[in-house]
Ligand binder design. Sequence first.
Ligand code: IPM
Ligand code: MN
Length: 353
Amino acid sequence: MKLKLAVLPGDGIGPEIMEQGLAVAKAISVKFGHELSYDYAICGADAIDKVGDPFPEDTFKLCMESDAVLFASVGDPKFDNNPKAKVRPEQGLLAMRKKLGLFANIRPVTTFDCLVHKSPLKDELVRGADFICIRELTGGMYFGEKYEADDKAYDTNYYTRPEIERILKVGFEYAMKRNKHLTVVDKANVLASSRLWRKIAQEMAPQYPEVTTDYMYVDNAAMRMIQEPRFFDVMVTENTFGDILTDEGSCITGSMGLLPSASTGEHTPVFEPIHGSWPQAKGLNIANPLAQILSVAMLFEYFDLKEEGGLIREAVNASLDQNVRTPEIQVEGGAKYGTKEVGAWIVDYIKNK
Ligand code: IPM
Ligand code: MN
């Protein structure tokens, strides 16, 4: 098939891991006879420096004209701890989500057996944990009315019925495709917005009689995730809770550098690692490219190209098995591979398959 990508490397380690992700996308396209084309666009701090806008109109246009967006990361320390900064790189990410209507953020929390020892949790708790967090991405406090003054500030956790219905539908449908267990995470004992979520979920649940639906307060869910991560199959939640819980989820698997995500909705879907721009590692060739590479797998799978996605996953697993790993996950005494070397190894694996 023909695939036109918008490539947004962003800041920090973004360009380095993107290079590897793109190399994998190219190798897969050659192998399976797809016609891949792509264009680069700027975003984040890079775009603020160049044109004063973290998600410029040209970038938006390119995204809209493409079949998918491959995104790496944004963020730069010069904007952190500066509450006076007028524009921030992160605003580019939020603008992209809003303008592309990316209301559903799919974040799989998958454990790799060979990395279980890296998890802060006990081996027997975390081994085999495998769930998906579906995070609402264009509503809630992130986008509700805000007020900010010296003596008072607020954010509004605003949700409408259609916004809640469409994301819960994604949750139920994912549960149907997996182990038919959906956990709706909210704070209905305190928040009005959560009570609406729960009410709508309860209305919808009978349409999915095969799915076991349970409801969990977010504080309890945060606890359960470390006590018994295998409890979860599919979890669906609002924007802010999903942000927090997926950071927790990524660290229980042992490495944040391994988790990809897909954001889908009204317009072009976006595929990106869940980790940030790790500015301290920029240019050092030490960042793990696997989350970016697995995001490419999710991209192909989104277009129903399962074999393509499968081969990428197989190559990633093989690289881990053979200890072709970046320093943060390398076994003791193992050779330390750089971002480029891991990427090149995976590309070779795909070519030779
Ligand atoms: C994420 C990030 C973003 C978020 C930041 C960078 C705005 O933490 O994608 O999880 O809070 O959504
Ligand atoms: Mn986050």
